[in-house]
Design a binder for this molecule. Structure first.
Ligand code: M6R
Length: 605
């Protein structure tokens, strides 16, 4: 959560910081601030609420300078307010800090610092950092930061500037992402690549514990002991445009439409019709030894895991347990060296998923991660990583990350099936060809946009909307329901069709909206019965079906989607359901890309 940007060079730092923060606002948006070295002092400007509020304040009282740090916040310690927003400063205002993460021992540090005479202005954990750096400062800001971070427990990405050394910007991180951007006579720091993509494509991905000293002329990297280290420059391959809306009204809509491209990119070089499936570095022999698989993830990635379970069990015949990462490590999972743990995370920075992975590794499991962010913590801490190539996902509501996670899990299931010999050549060939043609099937599904848009007008005023499904359709319905509640704030629940009679049917009354997903011919008759049960009680039903399953003529409306075999159907059937959630929220006039109370990446427990 939260976004960081920093600049040192010859241009006006404030402009660059605001530009970077604009691109990072999806990381957090309850307050924002900048600290810029200007006229021999550090000037701080911060404001509660959206970045626009900060911009208005800066317009009235501009700050100019060539060195600065900026932050956009999603509150963890201390309510959203001007005083709690970053940057935070030392008492004398000589040192300013921006921070992402949580300092777990801040209370002890705060007491210690208070005893030494420090007073605190905010309720944040962060404020201990500038005081601590100040305590260690003896004319060398780098050394002071190094000593201070050695005292910090928890997670942090930090940008630090000092009034007494205005030719330096210091950066460091632990369990929270931070990159250094390289320019000509200027350099940058940022928590995410899009923040500085308009300035440079050459970056250093800082590792845990590393420190960077940026000057106008260069960047020097150090390990936590202060020894100089070298590392390769990472060349960003996606364009700045990829991080922008490209003419769509919202990132979410753009990202929904990007799905054919994202799936094609994820499959490219890994799936071909006449060669074995390639799963990057994963060893086909090694993978056969695992007797059990856990999939560990949160939110949408967890929903992808539910579908991955069905695919792996059906194609490769290995038992899979799907676990919410936030529960996993408290449930004493039965892990040993014959266990494979698959961690799925778009951002690669979700704290619960990382914690689950760490536990799995401690217990001897082999950890495979599926993530969208190169160099993310999840990828660094796993034994092997499979990258989805969705490109940056900006909308808080995840769409293209989900379908690329599905494509990756299908590939994994095929890879495992091929190595274990659990499918006939004909079965393998059919399923490969279906996945291979998935981008075109998604194009077909996107053509349902107008129909779904019209439907959204009929349901957007509802207070409650229920989803139904069976098998993989149940998991798709859960994801569809999450999308709806995330951005339209409509209360929504999902039920397995067969469970209705065990309680939830009591909720159905005249006009209740029920959305059913029914793509599996083998169980569509059962789904039809469930639809009839709610229709009889007055429900307004919309059924997302296909040519083979659309018989549920009792539904008030049937949306006919492309035919897919049951195990692969979710990757197309979620598309019109994503669009439905989008248009319902549009009708309600809500902030689609930045829904209330949510942040893109949940880097705290
Ligand atoms: O970055 P991750 O995939 O680990 O994020 C997991 C969840 O926080 C995320 O999927 C969340 O549920 C989305 N907002 C859903 O749209």
């Amino acid at each position: 959560m939260c976004g960081i940007v920093g600049y040192i060079g010859n241009r006006n730092a404030t402009d660059i910081l605001i530009d970077g923060l604009t691109k990072l606002e999806y990381r957090g948006y309850d307050s924002a601030g900048v600290a810029v070295f200007s006229n021999s002092e550090i000037k701080v400007c911060k404001e509660k609420g959206r970045l626009l509020n900060l911009c208005e304040k800066l317009e009235k009282d501009p700050i100019t300078g060539n060195l600065g740090i900026g932050h956009t916040r999603w509150a963890t310690h201390g309510a959203p307010s001007e005083v709690n927003s970053h940057p935070h400063t030392s008492m004398d205002g000589k040192i300013a800090v921006v921070h992402n993460g949580i300092i777990e021992n801040f209370e002890q540090l705060r007491s210690m610092l208070k005893e030494k005479g420090c007073y605190f202005k905010s309720e944040t954990d962060t404020e201990v950092i500038p005081h601590l750096i100040n305590m260690y400062y003896e004319g060398d800001i780098f050394n002071a930061v190094k000593k201070a971070v050695a005292q910090l427990e928890g997670s942090f990405a930090l940008g630090v500037i000092s009034k007494d050394e205005p030719d330096k910007l210091i950066a460091t991180r632990k369990q929270s992402p931070l990159i250094v951007g390289l320019g000509k006579d200027e350099n940058y720091i940022a928590s995410d690549i899009p923040a500085i993509l308009s300035e440079t494509k050459d970056v250093y991905l800082l590792d845990d514990g590393e420190l960077a000293v940026l000057t106008r002329d260069g960047v020097t990297l150090y390990d936590s002991e202060g020894n100089e280290v070298t590392k390769e420059i990472y060349k960003v391959t996606f364009s700045e445009n990829a991080a922008q809306k490209e003419g769509y009204d919202h990132f979410m809509l753009k990202e929904i439409h990007e799905q054919p491209r994202a799936i094609a990119d994820t499959l490219r070089g890994r799936l071909s019709l006449d060669l074995p499936v390639k799963f990057d570095d994963l060893d086909g022999e090694l993978i056969k030894k695992f007797k059990k698989i856990y999939i560990v993830a949160c939110g949408t990635a967890y929903h992808a895991g539910l579908i991955g379970k069905t695919a792996i069990e059906r194609l490769a015949k290995v038992p899979v347990s799907v676990e919410l990462a936030s529960e996993f490590r408290y449930n004493n999972p039965l892990i040993d060296s014959e266990t494979l743990v698959i961690a799925i995370s778009q951002s690669g920075e979700t704290a619960d998923t990382l914690a689950g992975m760490r536990l799995a590794k401690e217990c001897g499991a082999y950890v495979l991660s599926i993530t969208n962010v190169v160099g993310s913590s999840v990828s660094r801490e796993s034994d092997t990583t499979f990258y989805t190539y969705a490109g940056p996902e900006i909308s808080v509501a995840s769409t293209k990350a989900y379908t690329t996670q599905l494509a990756s899990l299908y590939l994994f299931a095929m890879f495992l099936a091929e190595n274990k010999g659990t499918l006939t050549d004909a079965e393998l060939s059919d399923i490969k060809s279906e996945l291979y043609n998935m981008p075109q099937a998604i194009e077909e599904a996107l053509k349902l946009e107008d129909e779904v848009k019209e439907l959204s007008k009929k349901i957007y005023k509802e207070q409650d909307i229920y989803y139904l499904g069976r098998g993989v359709d149940y998991a798709v319905a859960m994801e569809a329901s999450l999308k709806l509640k995330e951005i339209s704030y409509i209360h929504s629940e999902t039920y397995a069709g067969g469970e209705l009679k065990h309680g939830p049917i009591a909720l159905i009354e005249d006009g209740t909206v029920v959305i059913a997903v029914s793509t599996d011919k083998s169980i569509s008759a059962k789904m039809d019965s469930n639809i009839k049960e709610v229709v009889t009680r007055g429900a307004y039903t919309i059924c997302f079906a296909n040519e083979e399953t659309k018989a549920s003529h009792e539904s008030s409306h049937v949306v006919v989607m492309p035919n897919r075999s049951s195990v692969l159907a979710p990757i197309t059937s979620i598309v019109p359901l994503q669009l439905l959630a989008y248009y319902v929220a549009i009708n309600k006039g809500y902030d689609i890309d930045k829904p209330r109370n949510l942040a893109k990446s949940v880097t705290v427990e």
